[in-house]
Design a protein around this ligand. Sequence first.
Ligand code: NAD
Ligand code: MG
Length: 293
Amino acid sequence: MTFQNPVTRFPRISPPEQHQPEPGLDQELVPQTDRGQDSYRGTGRLAGRKALITGADSGIGAAVAIAFAREGADVALSYLSAEEEDAQEIKRVIEESGRRAVLLPGDISDRAFCEQLVERAVEELGGLDALVNNAGRQIAVEDIADLPDEQWTATFDTNIHAIYRITRAAVEHMPPGSTIVNTTSIQAYQPSTHLLDYASTKAAINNFSKGLAQALAPKGIRVNAVAPGPIWTPLQVSDGQPKEALPEFGHDTPLGRAGQPTELAPAYVFLTSPESSYVLGETLNVNGGTPSP
Ligand code: NAD
Ligand code: MG
């Protein structure tokens, strides 16, 4: 990739109405996404790094996992066991790129699993110096009257409680120079009426990232966040959006199209690479141009 118009770098897709049970599979998404498997070229920016990435089987997490491997990192992939097919595909791409991929299926809304996940990643990778807290669930509900307590709690358990638990366990193992990048969302600033639980967790992730960044700075561990706008991933077809909204997905951004997962990867690489040593507590918006704080 050299010189490209961002408006036309990827097509303006109008996905057909479709539905998958949660968590959804990349393999069944129409149209397919671009996770950079055929395009991302590394330059050794993460050589020798040991990274744990949650939600690494599909969408944004998969694009980040591929980019990290191409930049020279070994990667532990966290995902739900229902996503084994997607995870195996990303493992294959990482191994073809000459790096190690460690598969660690399990449910991060389970308190005990969060600690086991970190311990197993450390054991298998021989240490840990990069964490990407990217897993998340998003279930659209039109009316707060129909938003059950169980959904509110499950969304918080997965999206923010797990970040706290995984991070707490990981920090113990992280040497100075390590990095943490959390996936928040444009929803942190501009909550949709049908995503009250989800958007609240994303605001919490931003706040947690900024506080933790200050707390860990003296230890030489940097914490940042990435706030995606509308990105075409399985999250959107497993009740993340009302079905009838899918054909218009992302059309209202200044670029006029949804983003592809691979367009997120450089932000995570930048925030994880030592090049960004003076960047802490920042949220990098990757959203097609919608003004955000
Ligand atoms: P995705 O469905 O591909 O990825 C989400 C992943 O979260 C799943 O693959 C799954 O492995 C993981 N996950 C969910 N619940 C889990 C659980 N209980 N235990 C373990 N893993 C679990 O979709 P994506 O869009 O790539 O989402 C990645 C992140 O990006 C999420 O945090 C999401 O909120 C955020 N985000 C996405 C968009 C977008 O438009 N797609 C916009 C803003 C933020
Ligand atoms: Mg998935």
